[in-house]
Design a protein around this ligand. Structure first.
Ligand code: UDP
Ligand code: MG
Length: 341
């Protein structure tokens, strides 16, 4: 890579008036450091995304932008949640820069990991995941629920990087492809791995919030997990089909048992037929539901209209001059390639 890349740090902010004045300085310091080391260009920016805050967050962002041209901001028309705020920032940034790093504005994610992220990009990675190496600063409850969250997600078929939240570097090239993922229910942690390209992880220690309070209580975290699973995977439907199959087999065994009991005269009149019908209907219904679910799952995935393929490299760049050269070859009537000399 010859050119020094331009970096946009994308920072979602929702009611963060307490912490923003502190962390904005830290981000700017890190940006200056990276510029001084010639790792990124001076037209790099810190882009705040105000997610419909009800406090003075936007005023603070406006003031920061007035003070230093490295700060820029966009505001969402209303609160749409963390994932949408990050996506809005990334989509806005992708046409202006070479790389983006998304990071929360509460100071929990170690900004020093950005050095390693940019280094990994310079080494050829297009996506670099920030992964928490430990969760000592979290309470036992937060740690337990958060780790359970990642395990549940993977078990349910939503491929996510363990202990990685939304602190990551993404190149604008990958973002151009991510823009083709048209779904409305977004779960970036699961979508970015789907885009592909060369990726790696850098590890950092997560600290406590510098100020303000978390917007992710257990209720919201469960909602996020549910959204993540249902928007990325149809595995729950497959589980219903599997359950249907198991119950259908058990019902068959149940029917045989009921008939045998009846033949041996160990039952009262009407019992066998009732049991047979209950078993038969239970098994057949659940199996049918699963099959119908399979089709609904397919429709669901089709409606997302995701790209069917993404090409990351080509052996030859088909640019205009190439096409021109071929045309000239054909006009000349020669099929043999021209010598390079
Ligand atoms: N955030 C947002 N919109 C929301 C909720 C949160 O943009 O509706 C931002 C918030 O300002 C912060 C980040 O998302 O920068 C993560 O939120 P938080 O720190 O509250 O979550 P936690 O780290 O506790 O999981
Ligand atoms: Mg936080």
């Amino acid at each position: 890579m010859n050119r020094v890349p331009c970096l946009y740090i994308v920072v979602p902010c929702y009611n963060e008036e307490q912490v923003l004045p502190i962390t904005s300085k830290l981000f700017l310091g890190k940006l200056a450091e990276l510029v001084n080391q010639d790792k990124i260009s001076d037209n790099s920016r810190i882009m705040f995304v105000n997610d419909g805050s009800k406090d003075k967050t936007w005023d603070i962002i406006l003031e920061l932008a007035r003070q230093d041209s490295h700060y820029i901001g966009i505001a969402q028309s209303r609160n749409r949640g963390h994932q949408n705020a990050v996506l809005a920032g990334l989509m806005e940034a992708k046409d202006h820069c070479d790389i983006t790093i998304s990071i929360d504005c509460d100071g929990q994610d170690d900004i020093n990991a950005m050095d390693a992220m940019v280094d990994a990009y310079l080494d050829g990675c297009e996506v670099v995941y920030g992964v928490r190496s430990e969760r000592d600063t979290d309470t036992f409850f937060k740690r337990f629920t958060a780790e359970g969250f990642y395990k549940l997600m993977n078990w349910m078929g939503a491929e996510v990087v363990f202990n990685h939240a939304d602190y990551r570097l993404i190149s604008s090239r990958v973002l151009q492809e991510l823009a083709n993922f048209k779904e409305v229910n977004i779960f970036l942690r699961g979508m970015v791995p789907l885009v592909g390209f060369k990726s790696t992880s850098v590890y950092y220690e997560r600290s406590e919030r510098i100020a303000g309070k978390s917007h992710y209580p257990l209720k919201k975290m469960l909602a996020l997990a549910f959204d993540g699973i249902t928007s990325l995977s149809v595995k729950p439907i497959r589980m219903i089909t599997g359950l249907g199959l198991i119950i259908a087999v058990l019902s068959f065994v149940g029917i045989i048992w009921a008939v045998v009991s009846s033949l041996l005269g160990r039952t009262i009149a009407g019992w066998t037929s009732t049991i047979c019908i209950v078993c038969f209907m239970g098994g057949v219904q659940l199996l049918c539901l699963g099959v119908i679910g399979e089709y609904i799952g397919k429709i669901y995935l089709e409606t997302k209209a995701r790209p069917r393929y993404i090409i990351s490299e080509r052996t030859e760049e088909r640019d205009a001059s190439c096409k021109e050269a071929r045309k000239n070859d054909r006009i000349g009537g020669s099929l043999t390639p021209k010598s390079k000399a």
